[in-house]
Design a protein around this ligand. Structure first.
Ligand code: CA
Length: 520
């Protein structure tokens, strides 16, 4: 299948022998009248990634992809027709009652020993893949000042501290004008607290506060004694409204000066060889298409299993994209308590969506549909495979920090920036992001490895995509090949020996805190 002529032949991909639809693989789709190698003739023009009916489907007939019901035919669909979202009625959400709890037999995943990377060991035992100074902000009001101070630190100080990889202002839109005592306010607050302690920041916490905001530093870091005291072990807080800051330049000078001791400590650190088990990898997808679940996500799933076998921590997330596969997930839990914790997160999110008069179907985007994904059920089946086959050994509520190894479900919205922000809070030191439509997504706080689902995208965005999983659909590589390639690339990137394209171009999306509580 390597020759160009083989790629030009009409091709479609069926995910399971029971499926009655398959997706067209050819770059430009296929015209009506195309004779497929199995003898089926296309009735319609079918775009790339879109579904073809393999048999005549009666009105009301179940439509199966991944051997899963993704919809019912709204009218008779002859074999060879384009099966788009307007022809399908989406199935209802599966019930959260009577789900199988930890019933799956543990798969055979022998331990992988001997894989290491070069990382920065922190005092709390975690390991950074980068050595960054992060400046925590308690409120959006200070963002403009901090941004200018960050620029000065970068230009004036960083050249003197060559072992420090960069300086990051942890800016966000939270901190004031919010119902800070509402029960759900715990989510944005603990998210910001835990991001400040991300392994890539070396245990240095430096805070810039305004002074009058609702999110007071003591509230953000409760139990931190002697706020503002310069001695070791105390929290370093600089408050812009303090009388000592006379004018804007004084504020900037104070922040720049305050950064110096942090930079000195960070600069004294060196990378050391650590086992691959110190990786904390967050996986997510964005701008998905019908190939996401065929190429990139299955390769990520294979790599997830490799990481778990190597003793690492892997988080998968995105509630609305796994909600339709909840029965698969609760089955894979290591014990009934983990399964129940997953169900609790789904139930919380169902209620959250319901408060806004929405449901999980609000997830799919125009781009997903243009890419061939008819609805959230089909999208979820392709998304969930990122979790591989390992048992699920833990569950995190939004904003919580992971404290265990293995495969963890970190409940987050599917929104790319919010999911990435929450995975940073969970302690992620390396991010893997798959995309079919294409997104230039990147984070300042952790390296992001981006995986294209299609060769056409990988070619067009040759300096944005780190791995081309489209080679799986082209017949040039297997899922296992790609999974291993990803695993090795992760170790290189984690060691700082390779930069991802997002790092190279400094593509930094904003942190977006998930705030389900009211704004005042
Ligand atoms: Ca996403």
């Amino acid at each position: 299948m390597n020759s160009q002529s083989a790629l030009d032949l009409p091709r479609y991909i069926r995910m399971h022998v029971a499926d009655n639809v398959a997706i067209v693989a050819n770059d430009d789709g296929l015209p009506a009248g195309t004779l497929m190698p199995d003898g089926l003739t296309l009735v319609d023009k079918v775009p790339q990634g879109h579904k073809v009916a393999l048999v005549d489907l009666a009105q009301g007939a179940p439509v199966l992809r991944y051997n899963t019901l993704i919809g019912h035919a709204l009218k008779p669909i002859p074999a060879g027709s384009w099966v788009h979202e307007r022809l399908l009625a989406m199935p209802g959400a599966c019930s959260l009652d009577n789900l199988p709890l930890a019933t799956a037999e543990a798969p055979d995943l022998p331990a992988l020993a001997g894989y290491t990377f070069e990382g920065f060991r922190n005092a709390d035992g975690s390991v950074g893949t980068r050595n960054l100074l992060a400046i925590t902000t308690t409120v959006q009001c200070v963002a403009g000042v901090v941004a200018q101070a960050v620029k000065r630190i970068r230009d004036e100080l960083l050249p003197r501290y060559p072992n420090v990889d960069g300086v990051v202002g942890l800016e966000h839109s939270y901190g004031c004008g919010v119902a800070i005592d509402a029960p759900d306010a715990i989510i944005p607050i603990r998210t910001l607290r835990n991001i400040s302690r991300n392994p890539n920041f070396g245990g240095e916490v430096m805070v810039v506060s305004l002074g009058c905001e609702k999110l007071q530093p003591e509230r953000l870091f409760p139990g931190s004694i002697a706020i503002n005291a310069p001695d070791k072990g105390s929290l370093d807080v600089l408050c812009l409204q303090d009388a000592e800051h006379v004018g804007f330049m004084a504020m900037l000078d104070a922040i720049v000066a305050r950064a110096v001791p942090h930079l000195e400590r960070l600069n004294a650190r060196r990378r050391e060889t650590v086992p691959a088990s110190e990786l904390v990898v967050g996986v997510q997808c964005g701008g998905s298409d019908a190939f996401s679940g065929v190429t990139a996500n299955p390769a990520v799933g294979f790599c997830t299993d490799l990481l778990v076998r190597a003793g690492a921590t892997v988080m998968f997330s995105e509630v609305t994209e796994v909600r339709d596969g909840i029965a698969q997930l609760t089955r894979r839990a290591t014990d009934p308590e983990v399964a129940q914790a997953m169900i609790d997160q789904m139930a919380w999110y169902d209620a959250y969506l319901q408060r806004g008069h929405a449901d999980r179907s609000a997830n799919t985007t125009p781009g997903n549909k243009a890419g061939g994904l008819s609805n959230i059920v089909e999208k979820a089946m392709g998304s969930i495979v990122k979790s591989g086959s390992a048992p699920i050994s833990g569950v995190l509520a939004p904003g919580e920090r992971a404290s265990q190894k293995g495969l963890i479900y970190a409940a987050t919205p599917a929104s790319d920036f919010i999911c990435g922000t929450l995975q940073l809070a969970a302690g992620m030191n390396l991010h893997v992001f798959t995309t079919g439509r294409g997104t230039p997504y990147g984070l300042a706080e952790a390296p992001v490895i981006k995986v294209a689902t299609r060769t056409e995208l990988a070619r067009r965005w040759h300096d944005l995509m780190d791995i081309n999983a489209g080679r799986i659909a082209d017949g040039d590589a297997s899922i296992e090949d790609l999974g291993w390639e990803m695993f090795h690339l992760m170790l290189e990137v984690a060691s700082g020996r390779k930069k991802t394209w997002a790092e190279h171009w400094k593509l930094h999306n904003a942190l977006v805190l998930f705030n389900p509580a009211p704004i005042t």
